[in-house]
Design a protein around this ligand. Structure first.
Ligand code: SF4
Length: 63
C-alpha cells in the first residue's frame, strides 16, 4: 500500500501530517508529500484516515 499526494490540489493545511506524520510531511513549498514508499502495516489505518479527512481529497491510497 502506498499514498500519493496530488500537489496540484493540496492546499497545505497540514491535516494529513497531524493525523499520520509517519507517512506525510509538508515540503518546503508548503505542499504535503509522502516520506515512505510503502506504508508500514501499523500506519495503514491512520494513512487511510488522512486520505479520508483531507479537505480537498488530494490523497490517494493505492495497493
Ligand atoms: S490534508 Fe490534504 S490539503 Fe491538507 S496538507 Fe494533506 S494533502 Fe494537503
Amino acid at each position: 500500500m502506498k499514498a500519493i499526494v496530488n500537489t496540484e490540489t493540496c492546499i497545505g493545511c497540514g491535516l494529513c501530517v497531524s493525523i499520520c506524520d509517519a507517512v506525510f510531511e509538508l515540503d518546503d513549498d508548503g505542499k504535503a508529500k509522502t516520506i515512505v514508499d510503502r506504508i508500514a502495516a501499523e500506519h495503514k489505518t491512520l494513512a487511510q484516515q488522512a486520505a479520508k479527512d483531507c479537505p480537498v481529497e488530494s490523497i490517494t491510497i493505492v495497493d
